[in-house]
Unconditional design. Structure first.
Lengths: 335, 316, 331
């Protein structure tokens, strides 16, 4: 047990170093922007001239570099991340709210993807070479390469209110597709109306993201299981007289899952990337959507910390998956 | 035995040449494997088709990529005016800016392929170098490089790309290639590093070290040829990813200004109301399908290659 | 007769073509007997062993022939039936036990698994038997909860042996049980196998490419080449007076520690392709006694002296092989 703790501590330290690295990278990127950093933090519009001076003082751009860095670190840690001038709200609040919605989207999609992906992958591995396998693998490779935004638009065109298809087939379902809940309902509250609306608005984006990432998971699951199936100990298990189901449950899955977990974690960065596209297509106001808005409007205070938030989220997700891996595989415990 | 002395004069060949020769010989074996694999051949066929489209674009496309073929003062509605649907003269219709969409799709293959392939090469070279050195040196060099890799991997690549792009200034072909290449090396580095680590443990490397070979010698003559097939297969998959990355960037507005790519066409299509009632759906669907099939081709070929190169997989 | 294998034909379907891994192999095994199955790598020995328990991989199939185990044809029995026979009546020890044991479960669980399955006892009860088995093979029963990677190669092989004996089988197949081990450990394991065989009255099929291993433990030996059976006879007789040219070559290739210090004669040529096997006798391209008939007709395995069978036209009693008719497709 002590050994697992030692490995865990080491991983936490690594994660902390990486997060620190992200924060530093962030700092470097801002300074690398051409021109006066204070001006970068301020919109180009002349009426904001006074704000530039305010920013300059606030961020200490007139002070020597290392002092700036310290100020930057202080402000990052104390969560004093400045004000987004597009929205006039504190950056931290905006990002936390957006992150929440993005996590809902990514979370829902990931859960469904993992469940269905693993199921399809294991059936394909078992029925290897048979029609189910060939069809599902070909479909998988096909979907894997589909640009998510394109898929999103096609789904949007097919299912939104007033779609072309709906025009010709009146019975065709129409799903809401802007924002994460009905604007008419006003401020968010944890009641039936809001929750239903939110769920409805989640359908199309989540469907798109799920379809886009499903293929990857099921293909990896399939190869991981096939890898295990050809191991000698599976033949030993078969030789003992175990049924295929028993072998799958007791021997194949426990060995096939760890590499899956590792790969899912690595894939997370791409899932987040996909989420960005989905959010833009469906106007779902999460971190991805906010990022694009921030870039279009040159809202640098926001942009700065989007990098940090996004990066930290991924590092933490990887950490969690590493821990799960640790618990699953006894070989790692002892190595 | 008899007294004739045989003088053996070794051919002087640099270690790099030697390792390249070994690597090339292995590639010949791989080619045989490719010919036998149906999956690989289908993938290859698709790739050849698109590469053909790109190479012969000037002859295949009736118009240039951004040529204005519609003269608003003097056009036929629904045939040669902007935003016309498909017709005999313009098989995919005309865009909002007055360009022939069919030509745009054909010209678009050039950008997608060029950006995809070259940025993948940049990412591959960078990733391989990092992976090889990091994996082989181990110790603190490895630690530092992997931490940096983590950071690059963790930051949402989209944001990173946009910021790198903003730094470089206006987007031209080289810029786009660099942007995608400089942000796409992390996965390759990890994959190569893992392979180096497993090869490092193998006995023949131990023995080479015992004879006293230098580190660079071992790296070049033993580790590199063993990793080469993996590097190649990985590059193919990286190309697929790069093509998609370029499409996403184009869709978000970051595209080369004097020509088109499929992503840009889709961008313009959405903006031009292709998906609303009375719009031209083919404007969106066709470039998208091209992307899907091209990537499909790369993946098929890459997966098949992976099976051929990994002897353990072949046993299955 | 415990086991009668008759005209067994097994094929593998691969991307490069159909591999005729086993092409008309026949042999018998009595109760309490130890038969050695010898031959070079790739000659079909392991495939034959796997087929006995219907353990061929997904691309292999038994094309024709019969495997009579206690009178029942294992090629034709149902899947449910074969699962009952596996491990309970016939068990197998694989080579290179590193991958033959599940890395994520401890050895106690793995040895207990077949006991719980076949004898419908609780795991607690089974664990008692596991302890006994471990002691039988010379492993401290305290190590029951250890994982496979915590054992050395030799110890893992002992675990495999303990596991193979878990349900008191009638027949144990040992596929290259000592190949992956160093010589000192080899001797220990072989001795263990011999002792257990005698104590528990087991029948055994020992597969190896190493003739010396067979010389120590087996009463009868069967030599395979190119998917076919070349010679069968008692170990002593076959090694001292080999009838088939291939066996002669094999025996001659073995260095004698007391003999003169010269390189032993090896058999020239390469092993045949099993996708495109040679016409006639499968060994004729490498045989120094080959004559015309050997290139066109295939010799059948027949008795050439009492208690000895060989498949070679050098012996007039040996007829040609008749084409098989009946086809069965099982795995």
């Amino acid at each position: 047990m002590a050994r697992i703790l030692k490995v865990m501590v080491r991983k936490v330290i690594n994660a902390a170093i990486t997060i620190f690295g992200i924060i530093c990278l962030n700092y470097a990127l801002l300074r690398l922007m051409p021109g006066d950093p204070a001006l970068s933090l301020t919109p180009r519009d002349p009426k904001y001239q006074g704000l530039a001076e305010y920013n300059r003082e606030l961020f200490g751009f007139d002070k020597p570099p290392w002092e700036q860095f310290v100020i930057y670190l202080q402000r990052t840690v104390t969560l004093d991340w400045g004000i987004s001038y597009r929205l006039g709200l504190p950056v931290f609040d905006v990002l936390m709210r957006d992150l929440g919605w993005t996590l809902v989207l990514v979370g829902t999609s990931t859960v469904i993807t993992i469940v269905i992906g693993m199921l399809v992958g294991s059936i394909a591995a078992q029925k290897r070479g048979k029609p189910f396998d060939l069809v599902s693998t070909a479909t998988g490779i096909f979907l894997y390469g589909m640009p998510i935004f394109w898929l999103g638009f096609l789904l949007l065109a097919t299912f939104e209110k007033g779609s072309i298809v709906g025009h010709y087939f009146t019975w065709w379902p129409a799903l809401p597709s802007q924002g994460y809940y009905d604007d008419m309902l006003g401020q968010w509250a944890w009641d039936g109306a809001h929750l239903t609306s939110a769920a409805q608005h989640l359908i199309l984006p989540a469907l798109t993201l799920t379809l886009g990432t499903l293929a990857g998971i099921s293909l990896v699951m399939r190869s991981s299981l096939i890898d295990v199936m050809t191991e000698d100990f599976v033949t030993t298990a078969k030789a003992k007289g175990l049924s295929d189901r028993q072998i799958l449950r007791r021997h194949i899955l426990p060995n096939g899952l760890p590499p899956m977990v590792a790969l899912i974690a690595l894939d997370l960065a791409f899932v987040i990337g996909g989420a960005y596209q989905v959010e833009v297509v469906f106007n779902y106001y999460g971190i991805g959507w906010e990022t694009i808005q921030a870039i279009d409007n040159l809202d640098f205070p926001l942009l700065q910390f989007i990098i940090v938030v996004g990066g930290v989220a991924i590092v933490l997700a990887n950490l969690v998956s590493d821990f799960i891996l640790l618990l699953l595989d006894p070989r790692i415990k002892v190595s | 035995m008899g007294a004739t002395e045989v003088v053996v004069r070794p051919r002087v060949v640099s270690p790099f040449q030697a390792s390249l020769r070994v690597a090339l010989r292995r590639m010949q074996v791989v080619w045989v494997g490719i010919r036998h694999s149906r999956t690989a051949m289908v993938g290859l066929a698709i790739l050849v088709l698109f590469i053909g489209m790109a190479v012969f674009a000037p002859w295949l496309a009736p118009y240039g990529p951004i040529d204005r073929v519609a003269d608003t003062s003097n056009c036929v509605p629904n045939i040669s005016c902007p935003l016309s649907p498909p017709s005999a003269q313009h098989p995919l219709g005309i865009s909002e800016e007055g360009s022939d969409i069919y030509s745009q799709v054909i010209w678009g293959s050039q950008i997608s392929l060029i950006v995809g392939i070259f940025s993948a090469m940049v990412a591959s070279v960078l990733g391989t170098a990092v992976g090889l050195v990091s994996g082989y040196m181990g110790g603190w060099v490895d630690e530092v490089m992997m931490r940096f890799n983590d950071v690059v991997l963790s930051v949402p690549w989209l944001v990173l790309m946009i910021i790198v792009a903003a730094r470089i200034g206006t987007i031209d072909l080289l810029g786009l290639i660099l942007v995608i290449g400089l942000t796409g090396w992390s996965i390759t580095a990890r994959v190569i590093r893992a392979q180096v680590l497993s090869v490092k443990e193998r006995l023949f490397v131990e023995r080479a070290r015992m004879i006293g070979s230098s580190r660079s010698h071992i790296l070049l003559r033993h580790i590199f040829p063993n990793a080469f097939p993996l590097i190649f297969a990985n590059t193919i998959l990286t190309v697929a990813v790069s093509i998609l990355s370029e499409a996403v960037l184009a869709f978000l507005g970051l595209s080369i200004y004097n020509t088109v790519s499929w992503g840009k066409v889709i961008n313009q299509a959405i903006g031009g109301g292709a998906l609303v009632i009375g719009g031209n759906v083919w404007w969106v669907i066709v470039p998208g399908l091209c992307l899907v099939f091209l990537v499909f081709g790369f993946y098929l070929f890459g997966f098949a290659l992976d099976e051929i190169l990994n002897p353990r997989l072949r046993r299955r | 007769m415990l086991l009668e294998v008759k005209d067994l034909v097994i094929e593998y379907t691969t991307q490069s073509g159909t591999v005729h891994a086993v092409d008309g192999v026949s042999f018998n095994l009595d109760e309490g007997e130890a038969l050695g199955l010898a031959g070079e790598s790739g000659c079909g020995k392991t495939t034959t062993a796997l087929a006995l328990m219907r353990l061929l991989p997904y691309n292999g199939r038994i094309v024709s022939g019969s495997i009579l185990f206690r009178g029942r044809d294992l090629v034709k029995v149902s899947d449910t039936r074969i699962r009952k026979i596996r491990w309970k009546d016939i068990s197998i020890i694989f080579q290179g036990a590193m991958n033959s044991l599940n890395p994520v479960r401890n050895i106690g669980q793995q040895i207990a698994e077949p006991i719980v399955l076949h004898e419908a006892v609780e795991e607690q009860e089974a664990m008692r038997r596991v302890g006994e088995l471990l002691e039988l093979v010379g492993i401290n029963r305290e190590r029951m909860r250890d994982y496979p990677h915590e054992f050395s190669g030799g110890m893992r092989q002992r675990v495999m042996i303990a596991m193979a004996l878990a349900c008191n089988p009638k027949l144990v197949i040992a596929d290259e049980p000592v190949t992956a081990l160093d010589v000192m450990i080899q001797a220990q394991i072989l001795e263990l196998l011999e002792r257990l065989r005698k104590e528990l009255h087991l029948s055994m099929i020992l597969i190896s490419h190493d003739l010396s291993v067979m010389a120590e433990t087996c009463e009868k030996v069967a030599i395979m080449y190119g998917g076919k059976m070349m010679e069968i006879g008692t170990t002593v007789d076959v090694f001292t007076d080999a009838k088939h040219p291939y066996t002669q070559g094999l025996v001659a290739a073995f260095p004698d520690i007391r003999g003169p210090r010269t390189m032993p004669a090896s058999i020239p040529g390469d092993v045949p392709s099993l996708i495109n096997p040679p016409t006639g006798c499968v060994f004729h391209p490498r045989c120094k006694f080959a004559f015309d008939r050997c290139t066109t007709a295939e010799p059948a395995l027949a008795e050439v002296t009492p208690g000895r069978q060989a498949a070679c036209f050098l012996y007039p009693e040996v007829p040609e092989v008749v084409l098989r008719t009946e086809t069965v497709a099982a795995r």
